[in-house]
Write a protein that binds this ligand. Sequence first.
Ligand SMILES: [Zn+2]
Length: 61
Amino acid sequence: MGEVIRFKRPKPGEKHKGRGLCANGFHKWAADGKTVFDVKQGRLVTRLVCERCGAVKVQGR
Ligand SMILES: [Zn+2]
């Protein structure tokens, strides 16, 4: 007894960290600095790209 238990467990999600979040819809959106013209909406929208998986979405207003 008396041993110091060290919490030295390796992080299981380190190899593909963030992927689980993306899979669950929690993307890390970052604006790519461009505004694109959405023809469907007929107006300018901001394009967002996920830094982890590269998914793209547009953010209208
Ligand atoms: Zn993502």
